[in-house]
Design a protein around this ligand. Sequence first.
Ligand SMILES: [Zn+2]
Length: 263
Amino acid sequence: MKSKVALIILLFSALLSICWKTLEPNWINQQRGKYTLYYMPPDAKNIKIYSAMFNRSTHAVEKFCGTKLKQHFDIYVHPTRQSLDSTWQSDWNMPGFTSECWMVASGVAKKLDIISPKLWDEISCEHKYGNKTETQQLITHEICHVFHGQVNKSPDFSDTDGIDWFVEGFATYASGQCNADRIAMVKKAISNKTCPNTLNDFWKGNLKYGLSGSVVMFIDKQYGRKKLLQLLPHNKKSKILQSLQLTEDELIANWKQYLAGLP
Ligand SMILES: [Zn+2]
């Protein structure tokens, strides 16, 4: 009797597995040197232009870091927001997760997920595909995360302690997103005394790109590119501060002073 039940369970599982396979989306994949590109049929017509953008961003990150990406990674171009959400739900083990309208991409050591950029105009409240510079910078930002993940103690950034400002600041600064407008807004917040007092609050609110990006800019200008790159493996804020031989208050005070000196 027991073996009959076991057989039924086995058959049922096999059936489920077959059904699941047929329900899985049919990703088309192409090997493109450093990465494998996955996309769905509706994006076949866009892939040439997207590949050129991914290549440009990969080169920009490698140029900034002065070294090649260490490992191969995958790029998934999602044909809908639902497709991205279901990937994040499973990758982050958050079954109920629904992305905010400004979210269009993510990057970790092994993978970059992105909503097909040509859909942004329609489904993103913040990003516009037509803005070529910003679109390219956003892709570069995500590939910075890929590079960072490949050298960090926590490749998917799930085991980190207080380094959101550094992870996001690095990607913002190295991708060129920390532009003059953002710096000006941060300088204004400092003079109005409305900027946060702890690094944990830097990657929050409207100024998060400028705040986090300019701290990493300060580290780069003050300590040099080599030192900045030496900080990438750390997954704890305490280790980054220890390496800079600064307390958090000192880092923030020195950063404010550096910004005050910028034109
Ligand atoms: Zn980011």
